[in-house]
Ligand binder design. Structure first.
Ligand code: GLN
Length: 225
């Protein structure tokens, strides 16, 4: 039997890939291969056409402020397809700058406010006193995660009844220095400040790989009419 092809969209891979984030996609491809699936990863970059429902998984990595400002000018075109994909319970992992993009806006350390996708009720602000940088450790529903963070943005939820934190901090900052919470969960979306890459934490990687296989089976069966 031919191995089945899982399709992954890596949003702006050439611009959003700080601190080893592209390793997340490589780890997923490895785990999916173990389960009998080949993967095809498409870099969805500037000016490209994109329909999220052609994919079984969306990945959005971290970026520096300049790259985020470039992506912001292009990504608005894809707001609806990304929102529909998320609302349809499909899996997505967003790291740092990619996570910030799901919210309303991101204030850079240089004083610029970048308008983001405004899909989820969160926003990211800047305060001059410190950059959040260093090792992190936190508890999640799938067990402990150890990673690395490096961000100036402080993320806050605007509707705590809609979003859940991804983890509770043991070491490091996570979303901001005030709440001791790391990242965000909404449906099958995880947002996180964790680089390293985060999916070197096999517990999280395996949980996401399982969700991708479910999404893949749904996509393939909905294409057979
Ligand atoms: N530029 C953003 C910040 O500093 C995101 C950084 C990142 O993705 N590592 O908050």
């Amino acid at each position: 039997m031919m191995s089945e092809l899982i399709k992954i969209a890596y949003l702006y891979e050439d611009l959003m890939n700080t601190y080893g984030d592209s390793g997340d996609v490589k780890i997923l491809s490895f785990l999916l291969k173990e389960k009998g699936y080949d993967t095809k990863v498409d870099n969805i970059s500037l000016d490209m056409e994109f329909n999220a429902f052609d994919y079984d998984f969306l990945f959005f990595g971290g970026g520096q402020d300049f790259e985020q400002s470039v992506v912001a000018t292009d990504i608005k075109r894809h707001r609806q397809t990304i929102q529909d994909y998320i609302e349809a319970d499909k899996p997505m992992l967003c790291i740092c700058g990619g996570y910030q993009f799901l919210g309303k806006y991101y204030e850079t350390s240089g004083g610029q406010t970048i308008q983001c996708l405004d899909i989820l009720p969160l926003h990211t602000v800047f305060k001059a006193d410190s950059r959040m940088i260093g090792d992190t450790e936190y508890k999640t529903e799938w067990g402990t995660v150890k990673a690395f963070e490096n961000h100036s943005g402080r993320t806050y939820f605007d509707d705590k009844s809609k979003l859940k934190p991804f983890g509770t901090m043991i070491e490091g900052y996570g979303n901001n220095p005030d709440e001791k919470q790391e990242g965000m969960r909404y449906k099958n979306v995880i947002g996180s400040y964790s680089h390293g890459p985060i999916l070197k934490n096999e517990n999280i990687a395996r949980a996401i790989a399982d969700k991708i296989i479910i999404a893949h089976k749904e996509r393939v069966s909905s294409n057979i009419k």
